[in-house]
Design a protein around this ligand. Structure first.
Ligand code: ADP
Ligand code: MG
Length: 652
């Protein structure tokens, strides 16, 4: 804080305060008084001319999604006082909202802040109806667990796919992957430990409290969990965390990969978005307490979440869409593209009793005993950890597990805030009519539960049977980004965002274009990188190995014909196999390039283009990869032009 103050004074700040508590409930009217010496908390610097409060920048190179023409270049920034300012690399950074000259939001912070106001308003309305007059503010809170891979930088340098795409586009399975399941609980290696220590220090300097750090499932994979805070600060902190992860890794000779699926065959990386609602009095509205069955506010907020997730499955899926995450969703390490809610046995039983209007019979917690005198016995948790569910209730919060490792969590959180606010509004509207909240609430919640019960699933979401079961229940299954994102434009979704002033129709359309274009561009860059590596590196490597084999073989025939007289001679067989695979590889490069060139004829319709990329380009990429990986298995090590999976995954 002192360094910051010195810096601010040196830069001519006329006024400075520092605070430690996150601010909530800041409104535009309070903004001015906020800059008075009496303001409490946070970091405030008043510069003459107040240039920090809003700024102007050239937004012309920012993706516009058709929202504005290039000549309409102005973009405005506005200081967001509900998140911390911080000093990074000697520069004062101020979290800001970003909008265009036309007033359209260009960022994810603006809709997020709007959604926080909406969820505050609708939550307060419910609380008031229940007779709570003390609470004056409700914030949504988030803690985003961040998964990542660490690879030795020098080893990674040999991979152009990592350089351009952040993921490997080729690579045969190494002899050892994660099958021994020995990494998660394995001890953290010294080099990684040193990295984590410096990472913590750097994060703490920025006010980001990293709480736990451990190994993840795949070799080279790790996780960081921060202490949760308001969603707005959590989003800013997560963005900073991703940047700091990369920077600190570099100092340790490491490369930090935040891609959703850097390696085929081992787990990908996600970001678990833990979400809840907290009052200004510190009450967690999703905390069931000791007697959930009689905790009316808990039951109401819980039912609202179920209604929201069921009604807006598609929006939650869209909020995590992207080319990288498509590899993860539905793989064995991430929940499938089908949205459902895990509640665990106890809460499921509580809600069943509520739905059937009967008393709930709490079941006793089971005692676990090690059977050793010196080890104390303890009680089992009420819920197990269901790792397979995309949206799991974990005691007093929901854990949304679909976001990918590189995603900004702003999108998922503004969707969560908005859809849950909408469900709360529906409940409050219906209570308003009759007047007496207490008596009306139970039957209403029972009715809503009956309607939305299909969204609850406590079983194994990875099982094949679940896909069929979900289809029977009528749940949506939007497998790829190209299929999911067009539903952003559905009337019900546009209506929702417009109704609450989260996004205008124009803003939705532009975001739709930007996401779809981003998807296509990502696939095209990956395809071009693959074609380049295949032509310039793999084909020459396979050819040189082939030449070496052929000349050795012909030499051998000359020197000692009887040594290779056997028609099944291994050298000959290898030459034939290698030659066949090399031809196959060449053929598949050509096919990929053809699919790519056809992108141009898909026209300007982003949906058609995205579907073409998914159906034609991506399929051709997978075929090319299969041929290259087959080759990798038989080409001699010294000929293979890049570090392999074994080198990469076990490099640290
Ligand atoms: P797990 O590995 O079981 O998923 P962790 O303890 O690693 O759990 O992470 C839990 C995350 O949830 C942490 O980032 C924590 O700060 C966050 N969290 C805890 N309580 C809340 C809450 N009320 N609202 C939002 N996030 C929360
Ligand atoms: Mg988790």
């Amino acid at each position: 804080a002192n360094a910051m103050k010195d810096w601010a004074v040196e830069k001519g700040a006329t006024h400075y305060t520092h605070w430690f508590q996150p601010m909530t409930g800041i409104t535009a009217e309070k903004h001015e008084s906020f800059l008075s010496p009496a303001a409490e908390g946070g970091i405030i610097m008043e510069f003459s001319g107040k240039e920090l409060i809003h700024g102007e920048s050239d937004a012309s190179s920012f993706p516009s999604g058709g929202l504005r023409a290039t000549f309409e270049a102005r973009g405005y920034t506005a200081w967001d006082p509900t998140s911390y300012a911080f000093i990074k690399d000697g520069v004062l950074c101020i979290p800001t909202a970003f909008c265009s000259y036309t007033g359209d939001a260009l960022d994810k912070k603006t809709p997020l802040l709007r959604s926080m106001e909406v969820i505050n308003r609708e939550s307060l309305r419910i609380l008031r109806l229940m007779g709570d007059t003390d609470t004056s503010h409700v914030s949504s809170t988030a803690g985003a667990e961040q998964e990542y891979f660490l690879v030795d930088r020098a080893v990674a340098e040999g991979r152009r796919d990592l350089k351009f795409c952040g993921r490997t586009l080729f690579g045969a399975s190494p002899p050892k992957g994660q099958e021994m399941e020995d990494h998660y609980y394995g001890s953290i290696r010294p080099r990684v430990k040193a990295f984590m220590e410096e990472l913590n220090t750097e994060l703490w300097r920025l006010g980001i409290h990293a709480k736990t750090e451990h190994n993840e499932t795949a070799p080279g994979q790790h996780e960081l969990a921060p202490v949760f805070t308001t969603v707005n600060i959590a989003v800013d902190h997560n963005q900073l965390t991703m940047e700091i992860l990369k920077k600190v890794a570099e100092r340790h000779g490491l490369l930090c990969l935040l891609h959703e699926k850097p390696f085929a065959g081992v787990n990908g990386s996600g970001k678990h978005n833990n979400w809840s609602l907290c009052t200004d009095l510190g009450k967690n509205l999703l905390d069931p307490g000791e007697h959930p069955q009689s905790n009316l506010s808990f039951l109401t907020f819980m039912v609202a979440v179920l209604c929201a997730v069921d009604d807006y499955q598609d929006l939650l899926r869209i909020s995590v869409a992207g080319a990288g995450n498509d590899h993860r969703l539905g793989g064995d390490e991430a929940p499938p593209a089908i949205i459902s809610v895990f509640l665990g046995d106890e809460i499921t039983a509580v809600l069943a009793a509520l739905e059937e209007n009967r008393p709930y019979d709490p079941h006793k917690l089971m005692e676990l005993k090690a059977g050793v005198k010196t080890i104390p016995s303890f009680y089992k948790d009420n819920t197990d950890r269901n790792r397979t569910s995309p949206f799991a209730f974990t005691g007093n919060k929901f854990e949304f597990r679909m976001p990918g490792a590189s995603l900004s969590i702003a999108g998922p959180n503004f969707v969560l805030n908005t859809i849950i606010a909408d469900a709360l509004r529906e409940i409050a509207d219906r209570l308003d009519i009759s007047g007496s909240a207490e008596a009306e609430l139970r039957p209403l919640l029972a009715e809503l539960l009956k309607k939305h019960r299909r969204i609850i699933f406590n079983g194994n979401n990875y099982a094949k049977e679940w896909v069929a079961e979900a289809e029977r229940r009528g749940l949506s299954n939007l497998v790829s980004t190209a299929e999911a994102v067009p539903h952003f434009l559905d009337d019900k979704n546009v209506g929702l965002f417009v109704r609450y002033g989260i996004l205008s129709e124009a803003e939705i359309r532009s975001r739709y274009e930007i996401i779809m274009e981003g998807y296509c561009k990502t696939l095209q860059i990956e395809a071009l990188t693959m074609a380049e590596i295949a032509r310039k590196d793999i084909l020459p490597a396979a050819s040189s190995f082939l030449t070496e084999l052929a000349s050795a073989y012909s030499g051998l025939i000359r020197v000692c014909p009887e040594a290779c007289a056997n028609p099944g001679d291994v050298r000959l067989a290898l030459i034939k196999k290698l030659s066949g695979l090399t031809n196959k590889l060449f053929d598949r490069v050509e096919r990929l390039e053809f699919a790519l060139s056809a992108c141009n004829s898909a026209g300007s319709d982003v949906k058609a283009m995205a579907l073409h990329c998914r159906d034609q380009v991506y399929t051709a990429m997978q075929e090319l990869r299969a041929a290259a990986d087959d080759l990798e298995v038989i080409v001699g090590r010294k000929h293979w032009p890049m570090p392999d999976y074994g080198d990469l995954l076990f490099s640290v």
